[in-house]
Ligand binder design. Structure first.
Ligand SMILES: [Zn+2]
Length: 186
């Protein structure tokens, strides 16, 4: 038996983006800023991966194709690398519905991602909790009350602001955790 150290350079970081945040962004007044901001994220070396829970409005298989098509449109309009969604009934147990983190683990496994160098941007506490569970630094693009747990590492008022903050840190080679509470568990 021998030990083989896997070279870290083979891994790449990702920015996980909650689809509901992207959807608001894509339809909002800042829509024209969306694609270039995401292009800068990818140019900085990140994969861009949309993540989604099955929406509350989903009634069953008859909605599947419409929802799948909406994910495809979102991915194409914003130039995302991919979108991963939980399709399961929220009333039944599954590992991928956020705050579960199987969507993230599967993406990491498929693409050889460096989760420790990645970020998660979301608007729900379920998404923030999924990132928290894997110690992926989290950015909440929304107002929330201070007693909601787990608290995000960062709050941003807009998605563009969040993405530019990530790119700016990456361009200065600041480690994803640097200066964030996730690092210390505080
Ligand atoms: Zn699921």
């Amino acid at each position: 038996m021998s030990i083989e150290i896997i070279p870290p350079k083979e891994r790449r970081p990702a920015v996980f983006l909650e689809c509901e945040a992207l959807r608001q962004f894509a339809e909002g007044s800042a829509a024209s800023d969306a694609r270039p901001a995401l292009e800068r994220v990818r140019a900085a070396g990140f994969m861009s991966i949309g993540i989604a829970n099955r929406p509350d409005s989903y009634r069953g298989p008859e909605d599947h194709d419409d929802l799948a098509a909406s994910y495809t449109r979102l991915r194409e309009s914003l130039g995302l690398d991919e979108i991963r969604a939980c399709w399961h009934d929220p009333a039944k147990f599954c590992l991928c519905r956020m705050p579960g983190f199987k969507l993230l683990i599967d993406a990491a496994s498929d693409h050889w991602l460096a989760l420790g160098e990645s970020y998660l941007v979301g608007i729900s506490h379920a998404a923030i909790a999924a990132g928290y569970g894997l110690s992926v630094p989290t950015i909440l693009v929304a107002d929330c009350t201070a007693d909601e747990k787990p608290r995000p590492d960062v709050r941003a008022s807009t998605l563009v602001e969040a993405l530019e903050w990530i790119v700016e840190r990456a361009n200065r080679s600041v480690p994803a955790y640097a200066g964030l509470k996730t690092q210390t568990g505080g």
